[in-house]
Structure formats: structure tokens, C-alpha cells
Design a protein around this ligand. Structure first.
Ligand code: ATP
Length: 442
């Protein structure tokens, strides 16, 4: 398996096994959109839940926000997106396909594609192109207002800074977290869910005192926390790295910016960013809304505009990187070695054979009891045991539980480990503890 065809294999597995489908496929699709199927929805839910637990519930002074996707258009003027959320674009004069002028690799690839057909390419001059997605809101034709589907989830948090301070009275430094959809008119959506036009982000905005030393302390802490989250969920540490933004890459207001990158089949690429945004967000929203967005520190009797340290990651990108990292194959099987916390099913229950009613009844009872716990459990009675193991390995189920004749006598089952393929016999009423213990040690 080469690295490049690993991506193709994952795209195909995702379609075949119900993780991710091309968006609106029966109508020929919609470029840059993807639909999550039954297993993909579970995986995504587990990923977001793990992020929320680690970034919000495990920390003090971090609160959640869930803002509207459509916002007053002034938000985007204040944030600078209307003026500057633009990419210079060039268009191929042969096929009219557009590319970002700064993405030399895509341009070269496109030129090579035409060169193979013995065509000599010509490009248009670069043109600015705003990547905010517009929508029309209102009931009367002609009186509709143009709104934007949010291009990033960040602004929904900053516009609620005052509401949170007034309702929760948090002590600085404090964090506001959000997970939600963002939309961008990406010029070249590509690499499966890595770059799409509709995607989800997960972000923590930490408000700190306007003081460089304490801001940098939080910044460095956030960098480490974010890296640790990926490592805790089992990503190969050799495939992750930090990269500092070059000065010309940074937003003009950013005082420091680092990315966490993953080594993908197409090279090192961005997973998420950690940014020191200074007072840009709150100052601009204060100015454009006419509201006082300062913070009064009761401990020091000072009033100031807090600075913001942001961690901003893509849910879909992280999900793709977890899949790429977990995908293994040998002559006998394909296995997704997903961390048990991420795996769509924590275990699958099988009757040894499907045509013995007493075995099926016992297995169904164990299955139903397990479903009432916090674990998501699959049922499978198709084909033989070997095929069922193969099928569960391919979707990353960490444990397979088989109910056999001995179960009817002594209440024990066999439990098979996805990674070692070893089987043990345990009492059926110890399954939950067994699975939970294994998940902890991962
Ligand atoms: P890129 O340079 O790849 O376009 P960016 O630097 O513009 O990304 P940010 O605006 O910092 O990205 O967004 C934060 C995170 O949101 C990114 O690290 C990425 O994980 C995710 N993200 C951004 N754009 C997309 C997209 N089009 N599809 C999927 N995820 C995205």
C-alpha cells in the first residue's frame, strides 16, 4: 500500500462501510460537501465529545457557547472578513477551472494534466475572491437581506463575550469553547474531508489579561494541551509536529501563530492552529457595535480589553487524520486501530451460530443488557465468525463477544481483542468493566 492509495482506500472504506458519502450523491453530488453515514456520525460524535470533555469539562473556568450560524452582517465587517477574507484566484483558460494563486502545487499539477494531453496552458491574471458564502434572509422578494453563513465559528463566541461576563461572572483568565459548522467558498475543495466547503470547527478562545508574559504562558500551555489531545487519542507521535507561521503567513493582528501538522499522504499539512490574537476581536466588536466590551478585574480594580489566545481545529480534518493513522492492512485483514473512545461501536455481540434459537436468545439478552449501559454495541449474526471478525475489524470495533454453548452452561463468553486477535473467556456480567478497563489503558 502506497501512502497515496491509502487515502483512496479510506475514501472507499468510508463509502462502503457507512462512514462518509459524497454530499447529495443521488443528484450527482455537490462539490466540496460530504454526508456522514451511520458509522461516521458515531465517530464524529465521539471525537467531539472527547474534545469537549478534555477542553471544557476537565478544566476550570471554561464554558461552552453555541451561537447562530447566521449573524448580523456587521459582525463580518468588524472581524475584517468582508474586506480581507479573500484569496487571489487564477483561472485556467482551457477548462475554466480556478485555483488559488498561492497554491503552486495545485497549479503545477493542473499544468501537468494539460501537458499530458499536449495542451499548452494559459492562466488569467489573479483576481480577488471572497470566500464567505452568501445567503438571502427575509420573506419579501426584493427586501431580502444578504447574510453570510459564518466563515469561522470564532466570531459567534466574541460577540457573546459581554453576555457571558454578565451572566457567569468568570474570573480572568477564562475560556469560551464552541463546536460548530463553518462555510467557505473554497476554490479547490480536495483530499476528501480535508478541505470542503461546509465543515465543522472546534475552538477554545481564552481571554487573558493584556500582558505579554501571562498571554504567552497561556499560549504555550494551549499549544501543549492541543498536541496532547491528539496523542491521548493514539495518533502516532512521529506523524505530528508544530510549525510556526512565517511572518508573512500570519494575520496582521496575530502576535504569535503556530500550527499542529499531521504527515498526510500528500505531505505535512495543517490540523489546527493556535493563535495569539491580541485585543483585535474585542476591540473591533466594541468599535463596530458601540458596546463596551472591556472587562473589570475585581482583584486589581483594573478595566481593560482582554487579549485572546485561540485554539482552532477542524473536526472533519481531525477525523480524517485519525482514520489515516488507524488504517492498517495485512494479507488477512484490514483493521482500523481507532482508539476505543473514538470507535463507533465499543463491542459487537454474536451468537456462535444463527440457527440455534437458545444461543440466539442468550446472545440477544446480553446484547440488550449491554445496550442499556453507556456503551454503543453492534449485533451481528451474518455469515461465519471469521467473516464477522473481519467485518468488525474493518470498522474499528475493539471487542467481539461470542455467545456459545458454554455460555448456556456457565454464563461465560469469549471476548476477542481487535488488535492482538487474542480471545479470553470472561463472565458475561463482567463485560462492561472489562471493556472500560481496556479503554483506559489504551
Ligand atoms: P487552510 O490554510 O488549510 O485553508 P486556515 O489556516 O484558513 O486553513 P483556519 O481559518 O485557521 O484555517 O481554520 C481553523 C481550522 O479549521 C483549520 O486548522 C482546519 O482544521 C479547519 N478548516 C479550515 N478550512 C477548512 C476546510 N475548508 N475544510 C475542512 N476544514 C477546514
Amino acid at each position: 500500500m502506497t501512502e497515496q492509495n491509502k487515502l483512496e482506500k479510506i475514501v472507499s472504506l468510508c463509502k462502503r462501510r457507512g462512514f462518509i458519502f459524497p454530499g447529495s450523491e443521488i443528484y450527482g453530488g455537490l462539490k466540496g460537501t460530504w454526508d456522514y453515514g451511520p458509522l461516521g456520525s458515531e465517530l464524529k460524535f465521539n471525537l467531539k465529545q472527547s474534545w469537549w470533555k478534555y477542553m471544557v469539562h476537565d478544566r476550570e473556568n471554561v464554558f461552552g457557547v453555541n451561537a447562530a450560524i447566521m449573524m448580523n452582517p456587521k459582525v463580518w465587517e468588524a472581524s475584517g472578513h468582508i474586506a480581507s477574507f479573500t484569496d487571489p484566484l487564477v483561472e485556467c483558460k482551457i477548462c475554466n477551472e480556478r485555483f488559488r494563486a498561492d497554491k503552486q502545487e495545485d497549479i503545477k499539477e493542473h499544468e501537468e494534466m494539460h501537458a499530458k494531453k499536449k495542451q499548452k496552458i494559459a492562466w488569467t491574471e489573479p483576481k480577488q475572491f471572497n470566500i464567505l458564502v452568501e445567503a438571502k434572509l427575509g420573506v419579501v422578494e426584493g427586501e431580502k437581506t444578504t447574510v453570510y453563513l459564518r466563515g469561522e465559528i470564532t466570531q459567534g463566541v466574541h460577540v457573546n463575550f459581554k453576555n457571558v461576563v454578565d451572566s457567569m461572572h468568570p474570573k480572568i483568565p477564562f475560556g469560551l469553547a464552541q463546536i460548530g459548522k463553518a462555510f467557505r467558498n473554497e476554490i479547490t475543495p480536495r483530499n476528501f474531508v480535508f478541505r470542503s466547503r461546509e465543515f465543522e470547527q472546534m475552538e477554545l478562545q481564552t481571554y487573558v489579561k493584556p500582558d505579554e508574559a501571562s498571554a504567552m504562558e497561556v499560549f504555550n500551555e494551549m499549544k501543549n494541551i492541543r498536541m496532547q489531545w491528539y496523542l491521548n487519542l493514539g495518533i502516532d507521535k512521529n506523524k505530528l509536529r508544530f510549525r510556526e507561521h512565517a511572518p508573512d503567513e500570519r494575520a496582521h493582528y496575530a502576535r504569535a501563530a503556530w500550527d499542529i501538522e499531521y504527515e498526510t499522504p500528500w505531505g505535512w499539512d495543517e490540523c489546527e492552529g493556535v493563535h495569539h490574537r491580541g485585543d483585535w476581536d474585542l476591540s473591533r466588536h466594541g468599535e463596530f457595535s458601540g458596546q463596551d466590551l472591556s472587562y473589570f478585574d475585581r482583584e486589581t480594580n483594573e478595566r481593560f480589553i482582554p487579549w485572546v489566545i485561540e485554539t482552532s481545529g477542524g473536526v472533519d480534518r481531525a477525523l480524517l487524520f485519525f482514520l489515516l493513522d488507524a488504517y492498517k492492512e495485512d494479507e488477512k485483514r484490514v483493521v482500523l486501530k481507532l482508539h476505543p473512545k473514538l470507535a463507533p461501536y465499543k463491542a459487537a455481540v454474536f451468537p456462535l451460530v444463527a440457527n440455534k434459537p437458545e444461543l440466539v436468545a442468550k446472545a440477544r439478552q446480553i446484547f440488550k443488557d449491554l445496550k442499556m449501559t453507556s456503551l454503543n454495541i453492534a449485533w451481528d449474526d451474518r455469515g461465519n465468525i471469521g467473516k464477522r471478525y473481519y467485518s468488525q475489524d474493518e470498522i474499528g470495533t475493539p471487542h467481539c463477544i461470542t455467545v456459545d454453548y458454554q455460555t448456556l452452561e456457565d454464563g461465560t463468553v469469549t471476548i476477542r481483542d481487535r488488535d492482538t486477535m487474542k480471545q479470553e473467556r470472561i463472565e458475561a456480567d463482567k463485560i462492561v468493566n472489562f471493556i472500560e478497563d481496556r479503554s483506559k489503558g489504551f
